[in-house]
Design a protein around this ligand. Structure first.
Ligand code: PHE
Length: 530
């Protein structure tokens, strides 16, 4: 029976280690290196840390237990897991999150394509004084003898090369996903330990630079004044969700390949702490460089990693190319172990719903995915004075990221807490998880899922929507010439695109029925201790 719970098509992790590597590989990615540092800088270093830690304990860990728990309870991907607990409306939320994951994957991979381009650049002319080659210059260096990573980056993205890089990254993703858990496990066994090693090398290098430790002080000296600003809280919540890979169906899909007696409290704690530990190290490495070389990371999210840090690396007394290469290679492998999970969520959801093979599901994702990623790497210059983003692709990406990053994950987080908390009942999930957990989840968990998390998430979402619409539409102040429509059109494409996709998959088809009573969470789940 195609939809049998023990369906061999779905895949299983070979070992607990394989799952932990895959889930932490998913969590650790661009979010930890590129986005964390720029968010922390934007929100004032020490002012960001308190909301960030609060978000880890109040939202991150409980929601991860919830998403992992849903996966092992139902042994199904996110939309079907939600369907089994809350019917069609819940399923709709699941597909909406899958659509959101699709939009994010497209630009996530575009960024990885640029990182790959810069990685090759590090081996080539990126760190050579005055070099604009191998590209036709869009920018020329102001100091002809100094290397300029910014000049290099913009010259790179105004060529067609990033499109080739994007195709390479998509191909790598598909290769890793082709045999499901088997190939994912093989890849993460190599990449995840490697990225820890590289990060440790970079951090040692950063901290041994004169002045490097000042950056660490800036990052970790608490600033109690900054935390009264709600935007810091919203920034910390979105960062936490993104960094822990929550709200996009990823963690449920990965957990659905575990045996049903997996200890999900333990797994959630391990993955969350590993992720935030890595983020902490990345923050230290990046801020030590910023301070050692008095760099000013003003500009867009990407500028910090793509040219401010390389500008610091270029000042190294030795090993410039080596460290430059390591830095971008680190971004590429960390991003790759995340992008595969961004694709696996939708792939497993399509396999479960349509009963199709993995190959077909991956093809359905690959075609729109590649087209989307290529759009974000379109090299036409539409903002020549660089008041915003320079190229057509980067401008599209910036606006899409604004909407998708800030709104999809937190909205899904809010809705999944409400559905599990009030429809299934937080206590049912808590008891099911407790059956196999060494660490006993007390009734406080119910309070977190039913009240605290929804209030926090609902609160920041309402606040951000009000703030959003009391200002000119995001991005509309930048002059993009004949492309001024971009900021107006993207939010509609994102909003209606995701809704239409979710409606089609939810209402256009039904899941093959199976005996609900056979679902593990329907089994007796007695309270094991008081
Ligand atoms: N957590 C990943 C990162 O930090 C991104 C991601 C988000 C991956 C959601 C999967 C799902 O880069």
């Amino acid at each position: 029976m195609a939809n049998d719970l023990s369906s061999p098509n779905r895949g299983v992790w070979n070992s607990k280690l394989g799952f932990i590597l895959a889930a932490s590989g998913s969590a650790i990615g661009l979010g930890n290196i590129v986005f964390f540092a720029s968010n922390a800088y934007q929100f004032g270093g020490g002012a960001f840390y308190l909301p960030y830690f609060f978000a880890l304990f109040a939202l991150g860990i409980p929601v991860m237990i919830l998403e992992f728990g849903l996966g092992t309870m139902t042994r199904r991907s996110f939309p079907e897991a939600l369907y089994r607990i809350g019917g069609r409306k819940a399923e709709f939320v699941g597909w909406w999150s899958i659509a959101a994951a699709g939009f994010i994957t497209m630009y996530y991979i575009a960024i990885l394509g640029w990182a790959l381009g810069m990685m090759f650049g590090a081996l080539g002319t990126l760190f050579e004084g005055g070099a604009t080659a191998p590209f036709t210059p869009f920018l020329t260096p102001t100091a002809p003898d100094d290397p300029s990573a910014m000049v290099y980056f913009f010259n790179l993205i105004t060529t067609w090369w990033p499109m080739v890089c994007v195709l390479v990254i998509w191909a790598l993703n598909i290769l890793i996903l082709i045999k499901g858990t088997k190939t994912i496990e093989a890849a993460v066994r190599i990449f995840v330990p490697l990225m820890w090693v590289f990060m440790i090398v970079l951090i040692i290098r950063g901290l041994t630079l004169p002045g490097g430790t000042d950056g660490v002080l800036y990052l970790f000296t608490p600033d109690f004044e900054g935390i009264s600003d709600p935007s810091v809280w919203k920034g910390a919540f979105s960062q936490m969700f993104f960094s822990l890979s929550l709200g996009l169906g990823t963690m449920t899909a990965y957990a659905s390949y575990l045996p049903k007696d997996a200890d999900q409290v333990n797994n959630s704690l391990l993955v969350s702490f590993m992720n935030c530990g890595f983020e902490f190290l990345a923050g230290v490495a990046i801020f030590s460089l910023l301070f050692a070389f008095s760099l000013n990371p003003a500009g867009t999210t990407l500028s910090l990693s793509f040219f401010v840090i390389p500008e610091g690396l270029a000042e190294f007394p030795w090993g410039v190319r080596l460290f430059g290469f390591l830095f971008f290679f680190l971004i590429v492998i960390a991003g790759l172990t995340s992008s595969i999970s961004l694709i696996e969520g939708p792939a497993s959801a399509l396999i479960d719903k349509l009963g199709i093979t993995r190959g077909k599901a991956l093809t359905f994702i690959l075609i729109p995915g590649v087209v989307g990623s290529l759009c974000y790497t379109l090299p036409m210059i539409i903002d020549p004075d660089l008041s915003g983003n320079g190229t057509l692709g980067l401008s599209l990406l910036d606006v899409m990221d604004h909407w998708a990053f800030n709104y999809s994950l937190l909205t899904v987080g809010l809705l999944e807490c409400l559905m599990v908390g009030w429809v299934l009942g937080a206590d049912t999930l808590r008891r099911a998880v407790n059956q196999h957990s060494k660490f006993y989840l007390g009734r406080w968990f119910n309070v977190m899922i039913k009240f605290i998390a929804p209030l926090l998430l609902g609160g920041v979402l309402v606040w951000s929507l009000v703030a959003e619409f009391s200002q000119p539409l995001y991005g509309s102040l930048v002059d993009l010439g004949s492309f001024n429509w971009i900021p107006n059109v993207i939010p509609f494409v994102w909003f209606f695109g995701t809704i239409a996709f979710a409606a089609y998959l939810t209402f256009g088809r039904t899941y093959p029925p199976y005996d609900l009573d056979s679902l593990p969470f329907r089994e007796a789940t007695p309270e094991t201790s008081a």
